[in-house]
Design a protein around this ligand. Sequence first.
Ligand SMILES: Cc1ncc(COP(=O)(O)O)c(C=O)c1O
Length: 449
Amino acid sequence: MSKPISSSRPSIVTELPGPEARRVIADDQKWVSQSYTRPYPLVVKRGSGAMLEDVDGNTFLDFNAGVAVCSTGHAHPEVIEAIKRQADEFLHICAADYYYPHLPALGKKLEEIAPGDHERRVHFGNSGAEAVEGCAKAAIYATGRNKFIGFYSAFHGRTLGALSFTASKNVQRRGFGPQVLDVTHVPYPNCLRCPFGKKVENCGVECVKFIRDTVMETTVPAEDCAGIVLEPIQGEGGYIVPPQKFVDALVDLAKEKNVLVICDEVQSGMGRTGRMWASDHFGLVPDLFSTAKGIASGMPLSATVARKDLMNWHVGAHASTFGGNPVAIAASLKTIELLENGLIDNAAKQGEYLMEGLRRLQAKYVNHVLDVRGRGLMVGMELVRTIDGMEPIGEERDRVVEEAFKRGLIIIGCGASTVRFSPPLVIGSDDVDFALEVLDESMAAVFTS
Ligand SMILES: Cc1ncc(COP(=O)(O)O)c(C=O)c1O
């Protein structure tokens, strides 16, 4: 067993990257696809709780959790114990061909915690993209339709099917030609930058009217539309929280037009927002939804969760060799237990505390912080050149993130100009205090230099 990281506070003892990190990065550049987006040279050796240690002995406070994945913190002892116990039994047998108790156990649990009281069926995969594609396949199969409506700034993954839904940044699409699925994108309700020029006071939910009156009347007839694919809180697009009336109007439209509502809870689910699902904040009960990331504390696992009547496909219609791996499911069952036994509540509590602190920074950097928003520990702080002009400042945002890294805080960006906070759900208020301190110094370094 690896030793716990000795300090509970970051300590930077070498230049960054240190000598061993530089060696690993050189090897990476030689042998590994360079399509990965790395914001700064963090080379991880081990983690525990919310702390990470790099290969040179530097320690960091992790406010990203491997992009909203390590929900129970790094190497939670009970999750590790569950993984070890399962590893002693068997590592793999293939759900596509054989039965094992883990699949129905997690399927039952997911039905129990899913929004609403539908009977559900679950298909297991390995990644978020796979779970999104599972939703799309199930919706096409069940409805006999093949058009979809998605949202600008949405991120649903990079495999070819999921990429059809992704409309976050053009680097994700550039060079890949026509899309596989027929998805029409519409504006997400980013009310601070309403594409219909409305303010909260005079909003008539024009973004849903646009779907009804323009999209469904021109390119996507409702009778050809299998579903509307929605992140209930947008993740990569900038941690954007939609207004309740948008969700209500969208659900009403979907019901009226008999179109499925498909939620992508890959980033926003599994307790991150202080409720089990972001959908729960809006009373939203999706027909189908995808979940991954935080589902198994870092083990690769995802699930497509469908209303039971929407997952009646023929034998052989959909399966995966590794999807629903027993070790990953053992980690997931333990993860969900820990979430239900305190970590979701902690996410709500620490999220409030973090947002209060960020609002103090907003008051301090009044000309550069447009917005502090989120739910639970899915929190974003949008930076701009000037409050009046509201121009995004991606470069300065990236510098803030880098300055934080140099000081021992792990954060990354999202959207054009937002700093994202998605720490493990185990953090305490002292961790938040430290993060705010580092952020303040990092913003000072960028905005007053
Ligand atoms: C909302 C959402 N959906 C899907 C994905 C894709 O997940 P994966 O990278 O596991 O394929 C992501 C990843 O960031 C995501 O945030």
